[in-house]
Design a protein around this ligand. Structure first.
Ligand SMILES: Nc1ncnc2c1ncn2[C@@H]1O[C@H](COP(=O)(O)OP(=O)(O)OP(=O)(O)O)[C@@H](O)[C@H]1O
Length: 813
């Protein structure tokens, strides 16, 4: 496209006008495509033709595809086109070849590309070109738009000689990146599709296979790059990933809500977002364990513990009246009591099975190496046979057991089946080899100290370790329990007879409903209407088993194998959590995003290779992000001092921004202040900071133990870590809950206490200090830790008021 300077305006104005004309054309085309898709959706919904369940499924699939396309087209309204690249070249004799880059690809009526999808290979130079290696790019232009209006342009010129005189005059310099970074925060992460940097682009376009680790300090764009990678992979490997889906694992529901808008804005909504605490279908765990317990539950000795817990429920009768645990399988019955025969009272008769026979059946059942619930069928059948034989002997003592007819297996099976209907028989056998859910297994284990001691010893736990697991029945489930549930589910397996029966029932009911609907249509005379079929009518009244999207099916299925998994804040995952995640991705196609320097969980990672090598089978590839796009340099310098103390081997990232306000320290309630208490000073400080940031977001980050107290001082701030907490202008969070988030203003309360609160306290403090995009204040009664010396030095000498502060808004007294 040739830009011409008009007589009545600057070259820039003219360039914007020209871009506006192009962008208007793109929106017109978008409107047309939307109309066409809407019509296709209506047609798919109304399609008649074959009736029956499979035809219904086909129709649903077509309709879902059109609906997905329509939602993609609606998601790209804002910032449809955000850039253009001019290649050196002479296609059609032009001096430059121009491509426009946007959120989706568009073609005009004659199938010429008018907008290139940002994920397409042709768009790559827009992100990858640098002044050092520009390839054949002459210029990269960012287009800024509001609604459908072009409000500005930014150019980066790689080859001035390649531009015409007019083009050169129209160059504008405002850096698109910095403009994006300076925007006030809204509590929701935005996509960065217009300003992806080349190191991030490498991450985004890395190949699908293998384990990609993205290590980077705070604010380096790990999360946002990982989300763009999800969109890129879905675009590039649509066939594979459409069937298997993509899972994004984040640290908590607030974080998931924070990032929740990015993928839809990139036209991808069919992705499962989950925390570790929600990864087991039907479970929503948010509570956490004390540090020592979390450490034990996260360690891989839990593999042995869960295995021993299952074996502990495969019992033989004992003389102490309770069933004897028999973990060893050797026949040595352990400490719980001596041996006893199985005795069950049925119809005035005591049925008996020898202890040795019970032991033999149990060991044979175990040797099948089937999951516990699946193997139960064998155990029960064998036990029933022996009970039936005993019953036959007692009913007719004259029968000679040596007589062949006596041992007719069919008779015994028949008698056994009748015995299975008797409550005492069921109860007796259930006690020996119960049908177990993972939840029941763990809850009853935690509530039974004797079982914990047995099972803990078997798994090699110390007394204090297994005692840390003890808790009463009905206690809230913790996030650390979820990987153990998953582990237990693997060992227990499912007896899927019920599910198969359910499906048969659903199909039968659907056929009934269709027959009934056909009758209704005939009765009402509507059967001649081509828009109305019996299956469609039946379906209107029953959509319980309607075909669901890949994401919906994946989310509901514990054994679903995803096509790709992205784990964010991955340093927090314990060894047990990794086992759970890896079960969901047998192909090991993963993106692992995190920062070892920010590990706060006692059971989290200290090194990527030690955590991931066992799974990666040599296919571990690491990319590093080194530039901090969030935290201005002055604030980052304070955080870097903390990092140097707590993890001297880790490098802090370099800030791209130096435009924040100087960080400050405010001392209250002690020497150096006028005695103002924290309770008086904090609400005023919050108010001042909110005024200073205008429309943005503020967080007060507190030591774990003081969350309730400090939330009580700030009634207007959101304090529960609910997903919508970030909709409020101010929020009170612990460091754990603030992971991955960012705020215009951050107030850290009593950093010394955060430092001391756990062995990982220094890392927590580093996380807290790096959440700020503009302003950081530390408020404290106790002396500041030495590692925060810079903030007090920056603050200068005490002013004699309640606070010691650097330039910037002062706390009014
Ligand atoms: N290329 C970019 N263009 C515009 N904004 C960017 C870019 N890269 C990162 N950002 C912004 O920088 C901020 C930090 O990004 P992000 O949260 O992804 O960092 P992170 O590495 O995950 O941080 P942390 O480890 O602290 O969670 C976000 O606001 C993000 O939108």
């Amino acid at each position: 496209m040739e830009l011409r300077q008009s007589d009545d305006g600057s070259a820039r104005t003219h360039a914007i006008r020209a871009e506006q004309a192009y962008v208007t054309g793109l929106y017109e085309r978008l409107d047309t495509v939307r109309q066409q898709t809407r019509a296709a959706l209506r047609a798919a919904d109304a399609a008649g033709g074959r009736s029956g369940y499979s035809a219904l499924m086909d129709r649903e699939a077509r309709s879902n595809e059109q609906a997905r396309r329509l939602s993609q087209l609606s998601g790209v309204e804002n910032g449809l086109c955000f850039g253009r690249i001019d290649h050196r070249g002479d296609r059609d004799g032009d001096a430059v070849d121009t491509l426009y880059i946007g959120r989706i690809g568009l073609r005009d009526e004659s199938h010429e590309t008018i907008l290139v999808d940002w994920r397409a290979p042709a768009a790559r130079p827009f992100y990858a070109a640098t002044p050092v290696s520009p390839g054949d790019l002459v210029r990269r232009r960012h287009l800024h738009t509001r609604d459908r209006v072009v409000t500005g342009i930014d150019d980066e010129v790689f080859d001035l000689d390649g531009l015409s005189d007019t083009d050169r005059r129209s160059l504008v310099g405002e850096a698109a990146l910095l403009a994006a970074l300076r925007r006030g925060r809204t509590g929701r992460m935005n996509d960065i599709v217009a300003t992806i940097q080349s190191e991030q682009d490498r991450v985004i376009r890395s190949r699908l296979q293998g384990v990609l680790v993205v290590q980077g300090g705070p604010g380096t764009g790990k999360t946002v790059a990982a989300l763009h990678r999800a969109a890129y992979l879905l675009y590039t490997h649509r066939d594979t990933l459409k069937r298997r889906g993509v899972l994004v694992v984040g640290p908590n529901p607030t974080f998931l809500r924070y990032i929740g808008r990015v993928l839809p804005s990139l036209g991808e909504s069919d992705v499962v977002l989950s925390t570790v605490g929600e990864l087991y279908p039907g479970v929503r765990a948010t509570a956490s364990d004390p540090v020592a317990t979390a450490l034990v539950k996260g360690s891989d000795s839990m593999v042995g513990l869960v295995r021993a817990a299952v074996a502990d429920r495969q019992r033989v009768p004992s003389s102490s009246g309770m069933s004897v645990s028999a973990n060893s399988g050797s026949g040595d019955e352990g400490a719980s009591g001596g041996t006893r025969d199985l005795e069950i009272e049925v119809d005035d008769m005591t049925l008996r099975v020898d202890h040795a026979d019970c032991l033999g059946i149990r060991d044979r059942t175990r040797s099948l190496r089937l999951p516990h619930n699946v193997a139960r069928k064998f155990f029960v059948t064998e036990m029933l046979r022996l009970l039936a034989r005993n019953q036959a002997e007692q009913l007719d003592p004259m029968l000679d057991p040596a007589e062949p007819a006596y041992y007719d297996e069919t008779d015994l099976d028949y008698m056994g089946a009748a015995l299975w209907q008797q409550e005492p028989v069921r109860r007796g056998l259930d006690e020996l080899w119960p049908l177990l859910t993972p939840q029941r297994l763990l809850e009853t284990l935690y509530a039974d100290d004797a079982a914990l001691a047995r099972v803990g010893a078997e798994a090699g736990l110390t007394e204090s370790e297994w005692k840390g697991l003890s808790r009463p029945l009905g206690s809230p489930r913790t996030v650390g329990d979820v990987p153990l549930l998953d582990e237990a589910a693997e060992l227990l397996g499912e007896d899927d007879a019920e599910e198969r029966a359910r499906r048969r029932r659903v199909e039968r009911d659907r056929a009934d409903a269709e027959r009934y609907a056909q009758g209704v249509l005939e009765f009402t005379g509507l059967f001649e209407d081509p828009m109305m079929g019996a299956s469609a009518l039946a379906e209107r009244h029953d959509d319980a088993d309607r075909p669901r999207s890949t994401a919906e099916r994946a989310e509901a299925d514990r054994t679903w194998a995803y096509g790709h998994v992205i784990v964010d804040e991955a340093q927090e995952l314990s060894a047990m959590a990794w086992r759970m995640v890896m079960r969901r991705i047998p192909t090991r196609s993963l993106t692992v995003v995190g920062d070892i320097a920010q590990t706060g969980s006692p059971a989290g990672a200290r090194s990527w290779s030690s955590m991931l090598a066992p799974y990666a089978h040599g296919r571990l590839h690491e990319e590093r992000l080194l530039v901090n796009y969030r935290t201005p340099a002055q604030i980052m310098a304070v955080a870097a001092d903390v990092l140097a103390e707590v993890a001297p081997d880790q490098q802090p990232p370099e800030s791209v921004r130096d435009d924040g306000d100087p960080p400050r320290a405010v001392r209250v309630g002690a020497e150096g202040s006028d005695g103002t208490t924290l309770a008086e000073a904090l609400p005023r400080l919050v108010e001042e900071e909110l005024t200073a940031i205008g429309e943005g977001r503020l967080v007060v980050i507190v030591p774990d133990a003081r969350h309730t107290e400090i939330a009580g001082l700030l009634p207007d701030a959101a304090a529960d870590a609910t997903p919508d907490a970030l909709d409020s202008p101010s929020t009170v969070l612990t460091t754990t809950r603030s992971k991955g988030l960012e705020f215009d203003s951050v107030i850290v309360v009593e950093p010394g206490e955060i430092l001391e609160q756990s062995p990982q306290g220094g890392h927590d403090l580093y996380v807290a200090l790096t959440r700020a995009t503009r302003r950081l204040t530390v408020i404290h009664e106790a002396l500041l830790p030495d590692m925060l010396g810079r903030i007090s030095r920056q603050a200068g000498p005490p002013l004699g008021g309640p606070c010691v502060e650097a330039p910037g808004p002062r706390l009014s007294t």
